[in-house]
Design a protein around this ligand. Structure first.
Ligand code: ZN
Length: 234
């Protein structure tokens, strides 16, 4: 089980990686991780861009959304995280952001198709949350979002952004990056013509072929190496 120090380090890399992989949006967007065995969560604070985050910035919130540790301000949309953790025992990391392609794609109300490899990750479905397009600033709205997410790996939020979940920081971060790529490719092909896509049956096979724990580990390690290079440049 990773220590809090290790989780803070991994969470900071998640933020840095997202900044360079299509999820940068000024100081907006946030990632959190459940502290194992506790009703507490480590979370990116408000007022910083994803690329600026280092372990010392991370704050701690409880499952009511109250900040219990850390010197920086918490994001007002903390309830996206807390209500998903309450609803999904299998989820240990939540990534919420406003990536341009996934946001544009969500406004079209189209189902995501496995046009590229990345689309196969969401073969179980990618719901659209349309209860509100406003910020998720209450536990009630957080519960509605968790309801829309259901048992899926991610949810598009109409005229807002996306939320992607996973059993670890590594998986949720990679899937958030791959959702943005899948949305970008589907937008490209539908704008250009009448696309084909992988069948439902093959999508499950492809998902298991490509996104094995070993490969996801290698992909994560690669993104961390890239993030380290970016850190040296700034
Ligand atoms: Zn948001």
């Amino acid at each position: 089980m990773p220590s809090i120090k290790e989780l803070k380090e991994t969470l900071a890399y998640s933020c840095n990686i997202l900044a360079h992989e299509g999820h940068w949006d000024n100081i907006l967007g946030h990632v959190s991780v459940r502290i194992p065995g506790q009703d507490r969560v480590l979370m990116k604070p408000h007022s910083f861009g994803f690329e600026e985050i280092r372990p010392q910035h991370i704050i701690v919130v409880d499952l009511n959304g109250k900040k219990v540790e850390g010197k920086y301000e918490r994001h007002s949309e903390v309830f996206i995280h807390t209500e998903i953790y309450k609803a999904r025992a299998d989820v240990n990391c939540v990534v919420h952001s406003h990536p341009p392609y996934a946001t544009a794609f969500g406004a079209l109300r189209q189902p995501l198709r496995p046009v590229s490899h990345e689309g196969n990750i969401f073969h179980d479905g990618l719901p659209l949350f349309d209860y509100t397009t406003a910020l998720i600033r209450s536990a009630e709205l957080g519960k509605e979002l968790a309801k829309s997410l259901g048992k899926c790996r991610g949810v598009l939020m109409k005229n807002h952004g996306s939320t992607v979940v996973g059993e670890s920081i590594e998986v949720a971060t990679l899937y958030a990056i791959f959702l943005e790529k899948a949305a970008r490719i589907q937008l490209m092909v539908t704008a250009s013509g009448d696309p084909s896509w992988t069948s439902e049956e093959e999508a499950k096979i492809k998902y298991e072929q490509i996104y094995t724990p070993h490969r996801l580990g290698s992909m994560w390690d690669y993104f961390v190496r890239r993030a380290k290079k970016f850190r040296k440049l700034t």
